[in-house]
Design a protein. Structure first.
Length: 326
């Protein structure tokens, strides 16, 4: 039942249990459902190549070698690929560095990277890319200098892994959402701090419960990606639930602020348009008055006044008097 529930949240099956179009696409990949979903939404975020690379790196044994006698050197080498937000982008940095160095085995040896694992990851990436292209998807990817580049990669990962998130408790450990399992970040993680919310790739059960391959995640994205899964009314009372309620209220306030600003802008635009119409009407009336004045002035200069007309002719009685004298 849990597997069906997960497929439903991922949008792979409908209410009757049949495959959706997303489910049909996902079934063609030799991947876990959450990874297939992550890949299929990469086109939307324009981060196809990075996601292909990350999935390939997650599909092979660990690429970082840490021999006991050279542990410090190995940790320093891994640190050169480290990304502040966690292990997923660290894997991506490692893969791109490997490709920039022409897939060199010598480079792998000097950087404590498993050459065989990298070759396998490269092969897996090309296989996945072929399936992706055959399905008719675009291999569009933002420039790495784009301000949305890293955020879009993280959002894309969350689209597949949103059911694998954990919240930091006051006691210092993490609690997985819904399952409420007490876990710790695995010592191999590159994260050097404890974010409030993390996303993880796998749950490792040893003497203690660990989550491995983790990254910090923005909780505001939870409600963008799956409102159903993060429905706070279905969660048990916990620090995680209270945190999500705060985030939800913050988002509602932001939305209300944006709507208010949009209404005010619309009113301003309407007011400006009305004022513009008034100005145009006033100008039109002014122009009409000027036009009439010009016509009136023209008449004054072309037509004599009644007074002028009366003085321009002699009275008829005067004419008669002159005739009698003769």
């Amino acid at each position: 039942m849990r597997a069906l529930e997960a497929l439903s949240y991922l949008g792979a099956i409908d209410e009757e249990g049949g495959l959706t179009q997303m489910g049909d696409y996902m079934a063609e990949y030799p991947l876990e459902p959450h990874q297939a979903k992550m890949l299929l939404v990469a086109e939307k975020y324009s981060v196809v190549d990075p996601i292909l690379s990350i999935i390939a790196m997650l599909s092979v044994p660990t690429v970082f070698i840490r021999p006991r006698e050279r542990a410090k050197q190995a940790d320093a080498a891994k640190g050169r690929f480290a990304h502040a937000n966690g292990d997923y982008l660290t894997y991506l940095n490692c893969y791109y560095a490997y490709k920039r160095n022409k897939s060199s085995s010598k480079w792998c040896f000097s950087n404590f990277v498993n050459f065989k694992a990298m070759k396998a990851a490269d092969s897996i990436k090309h296989q996945l890319e072929e399936i992706y292209k055959r399905q008719g998807h675009e291999l569009n990817t933002l420039e790495s200098t784009d301000k949305e580049y890293c955020a879009n990669i993280e959002k894309c990962i969350l689209e597949g892994y949103f059911m694998q998130v954990a919240h930091l408790q006051k006691a210092g450990h993490y609690l997985t959402l819904r399952d409420n399992q007490v876990v710790l970040i695995h010592p191999s993680s590159i994260l050097g701090y404890k974010p409030e919310w993390v996303l993880y790739n796998e749950y490792v059960l040893t003497k203690r419960n660990y989550i491995r391959t983790v990254m910090e995640v923005n909780p505001e994205w939870f409600f963008e990606i799956s409102k159903d899964y993060f429905n706070v009314s279905e969660l048990v009372e916990s620090e995680a639930k209270r945190s999500l309620i705060r985030v939800q209220k913050s988002l509602e306030a932001k939305t209300a602020g944006k709507e208010k600003a949009a209404k005010e802008k619309a009113i301003d635009n309407k007011s400006s348009k009305t004022q513009g119409v008034k100005n145009c009407t006033a100008k039109s009336k002014g122009a009409q008055a000027n036009k009439t004045a010009v016509k009136s002035n023209c008449l004054l200069y072309t037509s004599p006044s009644p007074r002028d007309l009366s003085t321009s002719r002699m009275p008829s009685s005067a004419c008669k008097k002159k005739k009698k004298k003769k």
